[in-house]
Design a protein around this ligand. Sequence first.
Ligand SMILES: [Zn+2]
Ligand SMILES: [Zn+2]
Length: 363
Amino acid sequence: MFSTLRLVCSSISILSMLAVTAAADTRREIQFPDIPGFKTIICDFHTHTVFSDGLVWPTVRMDEAWREGIDAIAVTDHIEYQPHSDYVSTDHNASYEVARPAAQRNKIMLIKGTEITRGTPPGHFNAVFIKDVDPIDTGEFLDAVGAAMKQGGFVFWNHPGWKGPELGRWQEVHQTLYDKKWLGGVEVLNGTSYYPLAHEWCLEKGLAMLGNSDFHQPSMHKRTETGDHRALTLVFAEEFTQDAIQDALNAARTAAWDQNRIIGREEHLAPLFNASIQVFAPHHKDGGSLWIEMKNNSHLTYELKRTGDIGPESITLEADASIIVRLESVERNAEITLEYTAENVLIAPNKGLPVTLTIPKQP
Ligand SMILES: [Zn+2]
Ligand SMILES: [Zn+2]
């Protein structure tokens, strides 16, 4: 009996030694090319855990981030709303402390953050790149934001069209934050909601555009289709570090991405498109027609509509895929340029990105 038990025990210890070789799940990479001078970093600056009104333990957020190809994430539990306080600690720094070892194991940059949660106006604001949430837990709204700034934080306005009779209009308090240089950005996307007014403010006022999940549920709660992804922020940073991400936010070098739509500024989205799309020299000709391969090296499907005279009326450049386009009645052995608008790349509300596809001469 004793020897049988020993045999079982030693088998278990061998099994557990073998089991540690697989540390994390498979990661599905999000492919976006870098743009000249900057690395493209995939970020989610707004998530919740059981330490406020979220429904997952902080380490689960780090596992989700790894699996979904995210590079940097902030856990931003509400300061003023802790509905699980009968069962879970009300320590405002706890979710970061619990998540940190998992972030390190999963090679995720974990940004310390919190959500300052007030009625409208002012509404909800995230403070990220902070050091300690406790001093931000203070009565006066402006004192709370001031405390975050004093720690070197970056503050942005969350889901600006969320509620209240003013429905996300720019109020005096927002102007005060802006004048103090305390407001660095606005969520133009929160989950699947797009705020065109916020897009305009960001363009006018030089603010960073953010797109964040604001997840409370587990990430895959509502999404079943492959290719689905949470709302995310693409950050164009000089280096792959937290400091460089914060510098990029301060310089408003960001774009917001949900499903098959990307929202930002022309100065970033034009180079992103150009870095994503390769157009090859014609590989075949027959009569008056030329056949040309075009390849999309990004995770976004580009929906193009013709604005010039040459080319098909519309072209869909699917994510991570190539297509062959046939051109008729064009002059051969010359460089050909096709003028289009990328309709799902918004450089202002209702304004797609103008793009040019340049077909090199046949070798
Ligand atoms: Zn909120
Ligand atoms: Zn939130």
